[in-house]
Design a protein around this ligand. Structure first.
Ligand code: ADP
Ligand code: ADP
Length: 225
């Protein structure tokens, strides 16, 4: 039994099948990229796993549980977006604490988890700053931290580095991959950038027209004749 299973998942918008009969099995410690051109269905697939969209057909299983009908906050899933979506009028500390307040954790537990996130993301000393007082990389690290403080079973990332310049992007690729290995949870990473997928992933799912064309170790996909 895989850690995450997509079983015949489809999503129809009007006449368009944005996602079309997708079957996928993802293991617990995998870094998986969904790689495909704009409009191929990557974001829709990610939003279905997150519970932000309901599939027209099919089932989503996470850690042995059928979560198809569960709302996002009961799935143990966190999502990081291209637009960092930080609260501009709240400090770094408050941005990180926010999801934990939603989970109604105790004050001590919230403090401990925010400290942990500040530490692993090298944000120590920045907790009183506001998002506009941070660099792009620091803002993205806060967005990543906000995903991780809730200790999700899986982290979903939708083109999280698309707004960063090339040098910073490469730095963040290494950092994100490091966190995934350390945490031992699957990261599912949406990108249209082949280089990015190649540099980070254990396996790459090539998405086209709502379907998974190929799903294999990166070396298998790009060394084929
Ligand atoms: P990608 O993330 O690969 O760019 P999307 O999942 O955003 O692709 O979109 C896949 C297809 O579904 C596109 O044709 C898009 O226009 C369509 N689509 C996505 N979301 C909606 C929606 N809410 N309503 C109607 N069509 C949508
Ligand atoms: P992305 O490709 O990064 O998802 P888009 O601009 O395509 O960005 O989509 C932004 C939002 O609009 C998403 O929530 C998506 O579901 C929705 N959307 C995308 N295509 C359509 C569409 N054809 N009709 C209605 N909503 C759409």
């Amino acid at each position: 039994m895989s850690y995450i299973t997509l079983d015949g998942v489809s999503k129809q918008y009007g006449n368009v099948w944005a996602v079309d009969r997708v079957n996928m099995a993802i293991e617990k410690k995998e870094f998986v990229s969904l790689l495909g051109p704009s409009g191929s269905g990557k974001t829709t697939l990610l939003r279905i796993i997150a519970g932000l969209e309901k599939p027209t057909q099919g089932r989503v299983l996470i850690d042995g549980e059928d979560v198809t009908h569960l709302p996002p906050h009961l799935r143990g899933v966190a999502m990081v977006f291209q637009e960092f979506l930080l609260f501009p009028h709240r400090t770094v500390y408050e941005n990180l604490a926010f999801p934990l307040r939603m989970l109604k954790l105790q004050k001590g537990e919230i403090e401990a988890r925010v400290e942990w996130a500040l530490g692993i993301l090298s944000l120590n000393g920045l907790e009183k700053r506001y998002p506009n007082q941070l660099s792009g990389g620091q803002q993205q690290r806060v967005a990543l931290g906000r995903g991780l403080v809730g200790r999700p079973k899986v982290l979903l990332l939708d083109e999280p580095l698309a707004n960063l310049d090339r040098e910073l992007r490469q730095e963040m690729e290494v950092e994100i991959r490091k966190h995934q290995s350390a945490l031992g949870i699957p990261f599912i990473y949406v990108t249209h950038n082949q280089e990015e997928a190649l540099s980070m992933s254990d396996r790459i799912a090539v998405v086209r027209g709502g379907r998974i064309e190929d799903f294999a170790a990166r070396t298998d996909i790009y060394d084929r004749p």
